[in-house]
Design a protein around this ligand. Structure first.
Ligand SMILES: NC(=O)c1ccc[n+]([C@@H]2O[C@H](COP(=O)([O-])OP(=O)(O)OC[C@H]3O[C@@H](n4cnc5c(N)ncnc54)[C@H](O)[C@@H]3O)[C@@H](O)[C@H]2O)c1
Length: 268
């Protein structure tokens, strides 16, 4: 892909303070995009934005936001428009996991995961689309990009609520694609498998705590051996090319798709 393929795109990324969101922000800006990094953790988002600005490609700003708040989503969209003139792409990446076996799920576990992973995606999509519709149709489509997971298509017994939330992200991708096409907005997503980030490092510990694995690191080994065709875990750099493709004109004729970047897990 042309290394400056995202020049002229203004992109809001939620959960961009670390992990895959941060890597995508950096990569998008290196390809010419202006990026707004939204995160609960403003210090993390701001230091990533400072790094991006020091690199001298696309510009970056940081916004503190809780993605579960409609007002914060609206504020992040407004900050993007204030800084860069308009918004072209929204990447709804913020998410978390807290494993529980089915019979151990309680309301707190359910609400936490469903609110951050699914309700917040709906809010982000709606507030971003509201601004895109107000901007009017462009020659090229606006793009909403949803982060799903292998858990968008596989029933994993240790993370039922996470699966429910991520199946929800797939449904939002399909429904959003149908609902927003008339406004010149496409909706696609990507679905990672095991990506080494702070989220997975915490999950690895939590899986030992709930008794699903005997020791830290075992989950990675079991998944690589039993589930993956490509025999290694992945890193944010494995995901950034697909995210950039979905943000770029190369995906203009796609909508309603969730691309798996999971080492072949989903086909087994
Ligand atoms: N790591 C994996 O193996 C993996 C696999 C499949 C899908 N995913 C999905 O990818 C996305 C990114 O995951 P990651 O592994 O980079 O996670 P991460 O924990 O490394 O980063 C997530 C970021 O989201 C932010 N965040 C969390 N709750 C928030 C809230 N309420 N408001 C605003 N920001 C909030 C955090 O502060 C953090 O900066 C998530 O949606 C996750 O479910 C991850």
């Amino acid at each position: 892909m042309d290394t400056k393929r995202l020049t002229g795109k203004n992109i809001l990324i939620t959960g961009a303070g670390r992990g895959m969101g941060a890597t995508n922000a950096q990569h998008f800006a290196a390809m010419g995009a202006n990026v707004c990094l939204g995160d609960l953790d403003l210090d993390a988002a701001q230091s990533m934005a400072d790094e991006i600005n020091a690199e001298g490609n696309g510009r970056a700003i940081a916004v503190q936001m809780d993605v579960t708040s409609r007002a914060d989503n609206a504020r992040a969209v407004a900050a993007t428009v204030d800084a860069f003139g308009m918004i072209n792409v929204g990447l709804f990446n913020a998410g978390l996991n807290k494993p529980r076996f089915f019979m151990d799920i309680d309301e707190d576990n359910w609400d936490l995961i469903m609110n951050v992973n699914t309700k917040a995606m709906w809010l982000g999509m709606q507030e971003t689309a509201r601004q895109m519709i107000a901007q009017g149709r462009q020659e090229y489509p606006y793009k909403l990009i949803n982060v799903g997971s292998i858990a968008s298509r596989k029933p994993l017994v240790d993370v039922t609520v996470y699966c429910t939330s991520k199946y929800g992200c797939l449904a939002l991708t399909h429904c959003g694609a149908v609902a927003l096409a008339e406004h010149g907005i496409t909706v696609n997503g990507y679905a990672p498998g095991v990506v080494v980030t702070p989220l997975w490092e915490q999950l690895d510990k939590d899986l030992v705590d709930i008794g699903f694995k005997k020791r830290e690191g075992q989950a990675y080994e079991d998944i690589v051996r039993d589930a993956l065709q490509i025999k290694r875990v992945s890193y944010p750099d494995d995901v950034k090319g697909t995210a950039a493709f979905l943000a770029s004109a190369d995906s203009d004729y796609m909508t309603g798709q969730m691309i798996h970047i999971d080492g072949g897990w989903c086909i087994q």
